[in-house]
Design a protein around this ligand. Structure first.
Ligand code: FEO
Length: 163
């Protein structure tokens, strides 16, 4: 059985993951409008991954006899000045999510919630990957340096994920 505090924290995380999904979808829409279809495909795949993260927490709350309570999703930012700005934002966002997952893990440890700990360990590993990937894309964009030719190449590379 989940403690009330853990149940509330997991519900907040469901909301954060759904919010992440919405943020990445807003970034995808911005990329579509800027004629960067590969980047849009990458971001849409990321949005789906965040939905799956939310559902993993959703399943955990239900499996433990808790009650899922969905909360408000706020309107995300709608415009970014460049692809570099988008991925700077992706990296910052993932670093923020990592902090939230670590806080959940600390709560699980403090409560001796042995069922939540392995589930959260999966997310800790996932966040390492998420930050690494965002950093790699940002690095590619930095090297591309804003030239139309190299940006086209990066966009095609990113499109491979969505394919
Ligand atoms: Fe669900 Fe990108 O962290």
């Amino acid at each position: 059985m989940l403690s009330k505090q853990m149940e509330a924290a997991l519900n907040a995380q469901i909301n954060a993951e759904m919010q992440s999904s919405y943020i990445y979808l807003a970034m995808a829409a911005c990329a579509e409008a800027g004629n960067h279809p590969g980047t849009a495909a990458w971001l849409k795949a990321q949005a789906q991954e965040e939905w799956a993260h939310a559902m993993k927490f959703y399943a955990h709350v239900n499996d433990r006899g808790g009650r899922v309570v969905l909360q408000t999703i706020t309107q995300p930012q709608i415009e970014w000045p460049s692809l570099t700005a988008v991925f700077e934002n992706v990296l910052q966002h993932e670093q923020k999510v990592t902090g939230m997952i670590h806080a959940l893990y600390e709560l699980a440890m403090a409560e001796k919630d042995y069922a939540a700990i392995p589930m959260l360990q999966w997310f800790i590993t996932e966040q390492v990957e998420e930050e690494k990937t965002a950093g790699e894309v940002l690095q590619m964009l930095t090297v591309a340096g804003g030239s139309a030719h190299t940006l086209l190449f990066v966009d095609r590379e990113l499109g491979k994920r969505g394919a």
